[in-house]
Write a protein that binds this ligand. Structure first.
Ligand code: PEP
Length: 258
């Protein structure tokens, strides 16, 4: 098992005051009970990032700060966009690439996902590539091929020096925000498949996360039976105790306590 990575995607929730409050709550809990075997990342909305990194740095909280998206462009006439270098200046270490909500609602094609991933890693920032099928694809038993195609589209030909910056998050669209967590067997089968495809693309070392209605109750079995290297968490990351309970489950599995 790779060292676990647990990422909280706050999506379009929490203004900067609420974001600071949640960050401080996370700080209090991890100081009392450090999760030394887990990498923790919080991913606030863009407008909260500066405030969150200030709290993390001034209070020396053991979490990294990420961003939910970035432009493929570095600067210029792209109204409403935010570049990777702007995020990097804010000490952002991780950027989600191709989250299913961006693919579905903001026309993020496989081609744009591939370009964004390159824009991220070229700046030395970690890219969390999100892949996963819709429910109809799974019902038709096309999920393995679908995810294979997404991985090839995003990762084929990626320069060797950027590969260590790639993490893959398997997020079946039907499990996101629905309470319908994939079973541990479904997660294990897909995780093994993703690892094989990644290895064929010379990315065999990449961490493979699961996302989709993860909570404090299902995290341990998803790690031990689903064999994931951690989680991308949405709803349960909006409360410090539920987010860190997931982190604790990952920590204990890695430390061999479960
Ligand atoms: C997500 O949006 O990446 C996600 C996994 O959300 P949730 O945990 O709420 O299903």
């Amino acid at each position: 098992m790779n060292r676990p990575l647990v990422i909280g995607n706050w999506k379009m929730n929490l203004d900067y005051v609420e974001a600071v409050h949640l960050t401080q709550q996370i700080g209090v809990i991890v100081k009392n009970k450090p999760l030394e075997h887990v990498d923790l990342v919080v991913v606030p909305p863009f407008v909260d990032i500066r405030s969150v990194t200030s709290v993390v740095e001034s209070e020396r909280i053991a979490v990294d700060v990420g961003a939910q998206h970035a432009s493929v462009h570095d600067a210029g006439a792209h109204t409403g966009e935010i570049s990777v270098s702007m995020l990097q200046r804010l000490n952002v270490k991780w950027i989600l690439v191709g989250h299913s909500e961006r693919r579905a609602m903001y026309a993020m094609t496989d081609e744009v996902v591939a370009q964004t991933l390159r824009a991220v890693v070229r700046q030395g920032v970690h890219a969390v590539l999100c892949v996963g099928e819709e429910l109809d694809v799974r019902r038709d038993d096309g999920h393995l091929d679908f995810v294979t195609a997404q991985l090839h589209a995003a990762l084929e030909g990626l320069d060797e020096k950027w590969r260590p910056l790639v993490t893959i998050a398997y997020e079946p669209v039907w499990a996101i925000g629905t309470g319908l967590t994939a079973t541990t067997e479904q997660v294990r089968d897909m995780t093994e498949h993703i690892r094989a495809v990644a290895a064929s693309l010379s990315l065999g070392e990449a961490r493979v996360l699961y996302g989709g209605s993860v909570n404090a109750d299902n995290a341990a079995s998803l790690i031990s039976e689903g064999r994931v290297d951690g989680f991308l968490v949405g709803g349960a990351s909006l409360k410090a105790d539920s987010f860190l309970a997931i982190g604790q489950a990952a920590h204990d599995c890695y430390a061999g306590k479960r």
